[in-house]
Design a protein around this ligand. Structure first.
Ligand code: C2E
Ligand code: MG
Ligand code: MG
Ligand code: MG
Length: 292
């Protein structure tokens, strides 16, 4: 009897697993066809501005990929399909297309000093040819290498620091820069900040969300900003949604900010107008920065 129960449960569990596994498999097949046979035609790249805290003027835009999957409503989030692309060995194909298209878009922005931030998945470090792919995207589009900022998370270090170190330096030799994304949420080790060539540290939204109410979060942000500055890096605060958060980040001496307060990610056709709006917005009255 116990055995039958066990088997029953087992069966039920398997069936529900099957549904999830089937959906995942279907997604993988669609993704593979779209990337390999259709040159990534259903990918959409959205861009989100990053502003300088002191002036609120845009300094960069981050490219964020979405997938308009045929027969489905809306856009599939990268949080859903990037992991599938990673496991299905499609991440290089995805990454190359995002990179090339994002660089091409950035070439149309009126301000040639704006940086373009592009996310790299750890799996792209593991596969051969990353440096070559970045070089090709820059050469094809004409984007100045120093305008490209590659965002990697701490998770990349699980691949082994030697590999990451070598690859980062190869890419640095092309002239591209690096930002450490989602700082504070992963396997944060201060030695990464010391040993790897990061230009910027992006403080995860986790520390920004409640920064006004939680003195501990404010202290962490302050400490990360100060440490980064002393190590020659700048900090970008992620997920800034309110003026209150923004004021706290300014007080903590973050140099740049990104979030819905300045604009959500928008399609390429809309980013130029958004950038112009940010650039012509009246300068806010300077906030007294806490001198206590
Ligand atoms: P991320 O690189 O940390 O990107 C920031 C995420 O926060 C984006 O989600 C963005 O839309 C969202 N965000 C921005 N401002 C706010 C805000 O004020 N409030 C809130 N609640 N959220 C905000 P998105 O676009 O869904 O991307 C999720 C993640 O997917 C990214 O996190 C990145 O890790 C990954 N991703 C996106 N595009 C690519 C890509 O082209 N390649 C790779 N490998 N990964 C990508
Ligand atoms: Mg990012
Ligand atoms: Mg991030
Ligand atoms: Mg994040």
């Amino acid at each position: 009897r116990a055995k039958a129960d066990g088997r029953g449960r087992h069966c039920f569990f398997d069936r529900s697993m099957d549904a999830a596994a089937r959906e995942r498999r279907a997604m993988e097949l669609d993704l593979r066809r779209m990337l390999l046979e259709q040159d990534g035609r259903d990918l959409e790249i959205h861009f989100q501005p990053i502003v300088e805290v002191a002036t609120r003027r845009p300094t960069a835009c981050e490219a964020l990929v979405r997938w308009r999957r045929p027969g489905q409503e809306g856009l599939v989030s990268p949080a859903v399909f990037v992991p599938i692309a990673e496991e299905a060995n499609l991440i290089m194909a995805l990454g190359e297309r995002v990179l090339r298209r994002a660089c091409r878009e950035a070439m149309r922005w009126p301000d040639p000093t704006l940086r373009l931030a592009v996310n790299l998945s750890p799996a792209q470090f593991r596969a051969p040819g990353l440096t070559q792919a970045v070089h090709a995207a820059l050469a094809e589009t004409g984007l100045a290498p120093h305008r490209l900022e590659l965002e990697v998370t701490e998770g990349v270090m699980l691949l082994g620091t030697d590999l990451v170190f070598a690859t980062m330096h190869e890419l640095r030799a092309l002239g591209v820069r690096f930002a450490l994304d989602d700082f504070g949420t992963g396997y944060s080790s201060l030695s990464y900040l010391r040993s790897f060539p990061f230009e910027r540290v992006k403080i995860d939204r986790d520390f920004v969300r409640d920064i006004e109410a939680r003195p501990d979060d404010a202290a962490i942000v302050r400490a990360v900003a100060s440490l980064s500055t002393e190590l020659g890096m700048a900090t970008i605060a992620e997920g800034v949604e309110t003026e209150g958060q923004f004021r706290s980040l300014a007080a903590a001496r973050c140099q740049e900010a990104q979030g819905y307060l300045f604009g959500a990610p928008v399609p390429g056709e809309e980013i130029v107008a958004l950038l112009q709006r940010l650039d012509t917005a009246p300068e806010p009255a300077p906030e007294p920065v806490g001198g206590d």
